[in-house]
Structures are given as structure tokens and as C-alpha cells.
Design a protein around this ligand. Sequence first.
Ligand SMILES: [Zn+2]
Length: 216
Amino acid sequence: MPELVFFSGTMDCGKSTLALQIEHNRSARGLVGMIFTRNDRAGAGKLSSRLGLVTDAVEVTDGMDLYAHLVDHLSQGGRADYVIADEAQFLAPEQIDQLARVVDDLELDVYAFGITTDFRTKLFPGSQRLVELADRVEVLQVEALCWCGARATHNARTVGGVMVVEGAQVVVGDVTDSAEEIGYEVLCRRHHRRRMTAATARAAALAPDVLPVPRS
Ligand SMILES: [Zn+2]
């Protein structure tokens, strides 16, 4: 039975690497995938991993019908044996419904990869819809670690080096002013709640008024 599988996790948990691995394994067996992505770090129409691997993909745009795209592709003699949707947190909920229809009506496996929650710890709408519709949710446990060494389960956003918990869910475009520069860091829940990034933890450890606490 074809399935809609949601591979979810934090940033840096190896989602895109696994997406590329699935693509590689299937193409080695002669299968052809339709690969969708959105806002990949390597640019439009690319699926890339932090390890440096990259492949071509179809860039999803606002209002694009993913089911219709596949039907058009197949009716024009194109081939698709399975579907990968990377950066699925950026897809609209209705586009996730279209992917479910691809599974049910075209009988193709769909592997969706996405970040579950944003820097405010709120679900991305695309990820929420995947949790609602997927046949299976796989939480990726590739060890993304907080600076304290605990498993990183939450995404933090920094603006000019300071952790923030308010702002737009998705920020598009580069900011050149370093005081406004947006960064991301994965943290354990404890340090996300305390707003403690690696930099603030380091600063606290170096502060002269903080005396080391003797261990008893
Ligand atoms: Zn931590």
C-alpha cells in the first residue's frame, strides 16, 4: 500500500540528507522520483543537505497544485514512481492535502520531510497538516545536540545574536545589517525555555560576578 510518510525533526537533524539518500537508493534501482522543495538553502529548484550533496527539484510556489502538477507530468508521458517533498513545513495545508491525494489516487509513495515546530515552539501549518494526514510519522533522531549536550528538540531564532520568541514564522531574504542578522540554533527544551543559547551560556560562564559553584 502506498503511504504518506512524514519525517519530522528539528533543524540539523539530517532530514535533507535522508531525503537525498532515499532518492539515491531508488534511482539506483531504476526508479524515478518527483522531488518538490521550497526555500532550500541552495536556492530555487534545489534540494541540498548540509553535508554538501545537492539534486535538482521542483520549486513549490504559492497556490501551486502538487496533485495537478503530477497528473500533468504523467499525462505528458513523464514518469514518477514516488514523490519527495522537502522543506514541507513551508507548504500550505492544502498542498499537503494534494500530496495525500497523490498517495490515494495515483498510488505513489510520498515522503515528506519537515521541521515540526518553529522558533516560537508552534507547529508550522504544513507540518500540522502532515501530522493530521500522514499514514506514518517518523521522528528523526539523528543526534542534533544542544550546547549542553542534551538532545536538541527545539529551534531557536536569534536576531543580532539575541534569542527571540516573537516575529514572522518565515523570514525570506537576506539581511545585511549584522545587528539585524537572523540566525538559528537548536536547543533542548530546558534551554529554549530559559532563552539560553550557546553564546549567552558562554557569556554567563565568563562573567566576572559569577563565581564557580563548588561541587559537594
Ligand atoms: Zn540544553
